[in-house]
Design a protein around this ligand. Structure first.
Ligand code: GCB
Length: 599
């Protein structure tokens, strides 16, 4: 028999640290689609490469009403239709186009994707078309009708297609455009490959008519004896009940819906999630016929002076930065196996922390990392010199931030939301980024806010962290390339750091380039010995930074970048990886590993 106390629900809406996002984010996509009834639209798609966008614009540069989305076919021999998806090229989804077809290696522009499919409609169900990510702009059409658009290459979006699907021969057409734009997020200039395409999976997700749309569940920030959260139910009757069951903790909550939202707070005594014991509890959220299952970890994350506290205990973050670059073949990561290869290398290195740079990685990457006990830094691509004065640029950044937090808010592994990387100081930048930090707190005040800064001032071997944004973040990320972009490697050990802020600092980037297999003198750039020397000296430097709470050197593996032209060494790769793109560790890998194992 279930004892009465387990039904105890404390309705303290306004005090709940978890409630904010439910109120702030009205357009949230379905939470945790991987636990829902779905049909995959992955596989081979027909494509048309359209650099002039004449599938969209006519010769007067006006949008056509008979664009490629109408999927016209010749009916009689005299017809003039200058495209045909079904006899054109093909690409696999998920996947970037640059690494699937030689002629698309450098391509930036529009490609039209088409996929036909059958569907078995069920009465009393809703259907959503869900894209895990498309880089960068997507315009989506179903059976010739425009469903909508999405901007931003790394976060999910969906359309309600209930009642719009036929049993046979539906055709879905997506115009994907990865042209870089000055006002975009990221902007024109980045140090990674602009992989275009439907880079992550596409699904049709079915839910009951009254369905669980979203939820946030975690340990109470202010009182770790409680689990609290909210469940958002679409089309629910007022005062209907949502059940939240965590059997292993004997938690059985019945929460009443008020204006679509069921808020709860209940006593519980979970084993706390931490890197050495990444305990996740199966949680069942039940509303009428709709059941969503998740595995949720419970922990708190805070700062105290220059310390980061996990479950109220100081923790030093032994990290590594990771791009979403596939091991062995490069290109975008598309499978769980590839995620696991990257994560296992980080484990082997001795990490308890990963910085997922420079944009939100896939949901599967985050979930696998959490299962393996990694603390995670997740960020949006507000990178270098974006147009800080432009309100549309801000709106775009805020939207990507909201979508990132919305998708991953139930992941105990994520402890840091980062709003930017290496942005140049100015009044407009400070305003832009402090607005973003406020937005993070409004959406989720249970985690820490950070940004990777490169604003250090100082002469000779003195470095002072001084940045208008530092006041606004909880944790200061510092990117510093002593021994590579400035200073000789041996000078780094003698660098002394000071901070104007009583806050933790993470050395969010530090590193040097080396071509795996190239050996020589430690003064010779690009050799493994040079890179190793930079690591050794920077480690000595970091040992003397009292307010250092962790590091995430740059970077786990060599990755493709349009900025890296030195053919004999770089061959389009940024060579700062500790592991080559073929999976072979360089000397510095073992140096960092030794440091992590000894500390
Ligand atoms: C940085 C950037 C990172 C680059 C790296 C480099 O500071 O944050 O995206 O890849 O330097 O290798 O120059």
């Amino acid at each position: 028999m279930i004892r009465k106390k387990h039904f105890l629900i404390v309705m303290v809406c306004c005090l709940l640290s978890f409630l904010n996002e439910a109120q702030e984010n009205h357009n949230a996509t379905l939470q945790n689609i991987h636990s829902q009834q779905k049909q995959s639209l992955d596989g081979v798609w027909q494509i048309i490469i359209d650099p002039l966008e004449n599938g969209y614009y006519n010769h007067r540069w006006m949008p056509r009403d008979d664009g490629f989305f109408s999927n016209k076919k010749m009916e009689k021999p005299s017809d003039l239709i200058e495209y045909d998806f079904d006899t054109d090229y093909q690409l696999t989804v998920p996947g970037d186009w640059n690494s699937q077809m030689e002629k698309l290696y450098y391509y930036e522009g529009t490609i039209w994707y088409k996929r036909s499919f059958d569907f078995v409609p069920e009465t009393n169900k809703n259907t959503f078309l869900y894209f895990e990510a498309v880089n960068y702009e997507a315009i989506v059409y179903l059976n010739g009708e425009k469903l909508g658009e999405h901007i931003g290459g790394f976060t999910p979006f969906q359309f309600d297609v209930t009642g719009k699907l036929k049993e046979k021969d539906n055709f879905l057409i997506v115009k994907v455009d990865n042209k870089r734009k000055r006002e975009a997020i990221p902007t024109i200039n980045t140090d990674w490959w602009n992989y275009g395409g439907i880079t992550r999976s596409v699904h049709l997700v079915s839910t009951p008519k009254e369905y669980i749309q979203d939820y946030a569940i975690g340990l109470s920030k202010d009182d770790a004896k409680y689990i609290e959260g909210w469940v958002k139910v679409a089309n629910a009757k007022q005062e209907a009940i949502v059940n939240i069951n965590i059997d292993a903790l004997k938690v059985k909550v019945k929460a009443k819906i008020n204006n679509g939202l069921a808020v709860f707070k209940t006593k519980a005594n979970p084993e706390l999630w931490e890197p050495k014991n990444p305990k996740l509890y199966p949680v069942n959220i039940v509303f009428d016929k709709h059941v969503v299952k998740d595995d949720i970890g419970f922990r708190t994350i805070k700062t105290n002076g220059s310390k980061i506290l996990l479950n109220d205990k100081p923790i030093f973050l032994k990290g590594i930065s990771i791009h979403e670059e596939a091991p062995f073949n490069s290109g975008r990561v598309t499978t769980k196996e590839e995620c696991l290869v990257l994560l296992n290398w980080a484990k082997e290195l001795g990490c308890n922390f990963i910085r997922l740079a420079h944009y939100p990685h896939s949901e599967i990457m985050v979930k696998e990392a959490e299962k393996m006990g990694f603390l995670i830094w997740s960020e949006i691509p507000v990178y270098w010199t974006v147009l800080f004065e432009n309100p549309d640029t801000y709106a775009n950044a805020e939207n990507q931030l909201t979508e990132m937090i919305s998708r991953d808010k139930n992941r105990a592994g994520i402890i840091l939301w980062s709003v930017a990387n290496e942005t140049p100081e100015s009044a407009s930048r400070n305003e832009f980024l402090s607005k973003l930090t406020k937005k993070v707190r409004a959406l989720d005040n249970t985690r820490l806010v950070t940004a990777a800064l490169d604003t250090q001032k100082g002469k000779a071997n003195q470095r002072v962290i001084e940045d208008g944004l530092a006041e606004n973040v909880d944790v200061i990320g510092v990117n510093s390339y002593c021994g590579w972009y400035g200073g000789s490697p041996e000078s780094c050990a003698g660098w002394e750091w000071a901070s104007k802020y009583n806050k933790p600092m993470i050395m969010s980037e530090v590193g040097a380039g080396a071509l795996q297999g190239l050996h020589g003198d430690e003064n010779e750039r690009w050799t493994e010995e040079y890179q190793d020397d930079v690591y050794k000296n920077n480690i000595e430097m970091m040992k003397n930074i009292e307010f250092l709470a962790g590091l995430s050197p740059w970077i786990l593996i060599d990755f493709k970048s349009h900025r890296r032209h030195l053919r004999r060494i770089q061959n389009d790769f940024n060579r700062k990886g500790l592991i080559s793109e073929k999976g072979i560790p360089k000397k510095a890998f073992y140096t960092l590993q030794k440091y992590y194992h000894e500390n």
